[in-house]
Design a protein around this ligand. Structure first.
Ligand code: HEC
Length: 108
């Protein structure tokens, strides 16, 4: 009975984030929805809105996710380098070239 309940909850979580199946900026968009939007669409006055973030360079965004301000530390914990690159390209719409073992991320 309890296992069924857990499976149902997981099932809903998977359905709520279908974009995760797609690598690249689409996955970045799903991550933004889940981890960033609550602060970066105006709810937290100090947090730049999504429009403002879109004007930054990919490198600046990746740096902000790698060395986050204390308020953002929880939101970015556990994000992989690929996740950060996907979110950056989702926001900036500027492609990122391959780097080391990390694949190119093409803007859509
Ligand atoms: C708990 C609220 C919160 C969450 C969640 C959050 N942020 Fe932030 N973020 C902030 C605040 C506040 C600042 C501004 C910090 C400062 O400048 O003092 C900030 C700054 C930034 C900056 C730097 C902007 C600049 O001009 O330097 C970037 C990029 C950024 N956030 C991206 C993200 C992304 C991407 C996520 C999701 C993975 C995220 N944030 C999640 C609150 C949040």
């Amino acid at each position: 009975m309890r296992l069924t309940a857990v499976a149902a909850v997981l099932g809903i979580a998977v359905l709520a984030a279908p974009a995760f199946a797609e690598p690249g900026p689409a996955e970045g968009g799903a991550i933004f929805e889940q981890r960033c939007k609550m602060c970066h669409t105006g709810a937290i006055p100090q947090a730049p809105t999504q429009d403002k973030l879109a004007l930054l360079d990919n490198a600046k965004i990746i740096d902000a996710l790698t060395n986050p301000v204390p308020m953002m530390a929880g939101a970015v914990s556990g994000m992989s380098d690929e996740d950060k690159r996907n979110v950056a390209v989702f926001l900036t719409k500027k492609s990122l070239p391959a780097e080391g073992s990390l694949p190119e991320v093409k803007a859509e």
